[in-house]
Design a protein around this ligand. Sequence first.
Ligand code: SAH
Length: 212
Amino acid sequence: MYKTDRKLLVEELENNGIVDPYVLKAIGEVKREKFIPEAIKHYAYKDVALPIGYGQTISQPYTVAFMTQLLNLKEKSKILEIGTGSGYQAALLFNMGMEVYSIERNISIFSDTLKLFDQLRIRVKCKCGDGTLGWKDQAPFDGIIVTAGSPVVPTELKNQLSINGKLVIPVGDKETQMLKVITKEDDGLFSEENYPQFKFVPLIGREGWKDA
Ligand code: SAH
């Protein structure tokens, strides 16, 4: 089931400018319908964000693909995701052969997604807590991807990057954000690129928004 829809979605993403072959391959393989509530599964391969309960969403496939492409992953790398949500983004990274760590602050979402990972044999190391503080014991990371919008770039996340590591994070107000790619260069300094006009649910935490 859904095999054709997956193929069509990959074509649509290619037409919209996604070029990374590893990302396209993963989107063609990971079953997005598994990460979506039963009642709306038939929307799984539309290029839209969908509600996953608790006021949260699974991001639009284009956004997931674009952010993953920005991480510029080649060989096996150690990646930290902030905002596990439905688990789809983490599942893509796992499918791409990455060593994935993921943090979710909402305990109900956290436990539902943990069960799903178990069922689907997706081996992602998960933690329930405030992701704005990163995962210090496991740092440094080659990539950190934040899937909720923040008012600022949390300092701890920059600190937890390895040399040549990239942090991809939406930063802005609650209405719209720009995707920032922060790279820790060879000399330890940070460079920054910006891609405007995205919309995410808020990142809530010590270095994020204080409320929803
Ligand atoms: N990557 C997810 C997108 C989920 S939406 C997916 O593929 O479905 C963003 C998620 O970030 C929500 O589940 C929300 O509860 C979570 N979140 C918000 N602030 C957070 C924080 N400080 N730490 C960890 N998770 C957070």
